[in-house]
Design a binder for this molecule. Sequence first.
Ligand SMILES: Cc1cc2nc3c(=O)[nH]c(=O)nc-3n(C[C@H](O)[C@H](O)[C@H](O)COP(=O)(O)OP(=O)(O)OC[C@H]3O[C@@H](n4cnc5c(N)ncnc54)[C@H](O)[C@@H]3O)c2cc1C
Length: 328
Amino acid sequence: MSIPMHQLPEQQPSVWQPTSVEEAIQLKHKWGKDAVLVAGGTWLRTRWENGLAPIPQHFISLGRILVLSGLTVNSQGQVHIGPALSIAELMKNELVQQKCELLVQACSEIAAPSIRNLASIGGNVMTRTGDLIPALLVMDAQIQCTDGQNERTIGLKEWLTAPLDAPDEIMTGIIVQTGGAGSQDGKENAAKIPEDAKSTDGQLVVAEEPKSTHEFYFKVGRREAFTPSVVTVAGRISLQSDGTVTDIALAAGGGNAVPARFTALEAGMIGKPLNKAALQILHKGVITDFDAVADDYAGVAYRKQTAANLIMSECFKAWRKGGGAYAP
Ligand SMILES: Cc1cc2nc3c(=O)[nH]c(=O)nc-3n(C[C@H](O)[C@H](O)[C@H](O)COP(=O)(O)OP(=O)(O)OC[C@H]3O[C@@H](n4cnc5c(N)ncnc54)[C@H](O)[C@@H]3O)c2cc1C
């Protein structure tokens, strides 16, 4: 698709290539609504091509600001992802492959490789509907932003629900915690033995059962691959060997829905056994709580049902792996 002639601006847009965040902010302040920050430009392109937004006079490229394309890990196991890092680069990173399997899986579901070479992680999040967001929500990601005066770090969950009142902010980082989220596909994790698990004679008293953790990410589109999302779900659930839920994080999005966690449902499941009744309550709860948005291709009811079926079936798998399905 190309941009129709009548939508092209009279003057060729200027492309600015700042080398620091401060310079980019100054340019944004200078040109205001006539300027747009551009990372990969792949989402912006679709807006212009579909006539959803005018092409501005000034593009402020983030591509030369090196600090926005880095990836570092600190001693606490926090991975700091530069928002201008491309999806393809993130997927190739060995550390991310080892520690953030859910994120790598989400990346692999986005567009085609040629788009992933350009498309950035931050751009995906800034659209507020990107397919990476459900995975990042489940990983309890935080984002860092600055307006040139103040820097702030805010949970992605909170950022998504906050009013859009900071249009000149630049996202400078996405932070995810690794090491505590368990392993993919139900692999066993030994639970940490708490400090107070020692008796007075120094003998070890095992107070906590071993647990298993199951993670999942699914994107349902209008075809098998290279497709916009109709529904995207992600989750993580940890069970003790007796089937008690010790940790759960569930998120859904897709289409024009702003992805969100199912916080109330999660709270209702912690510390309780995962059984048939709990799965039924979960299914009903997802249908009620998922704020799906209809478009020309799929209605709200279909999206809610699909999200509920996917989430419930993945929790069922976690339950079955824990032996629950065969319990009396
Ligand atoms: C053919 C095609 C297929 C696609 N398929 C998918 C898909 O399957 N799933 C999906 O989620 N998306 C898809 N997209 C949309 C898009 O590619 C992704 O969302 C991508 O990750 C956006 O990143 P970008 O770097 O191109 O963002 P850009 O287009 O550069 O920017 C997106 C928005 O974020 C803002 N922005 C970017 N970086 C920053 C920053 N650091 N600070 C503040 N604001 C910033 C920009 O100003 C703009 O408003 C597709 C696009 C195309 C063209």
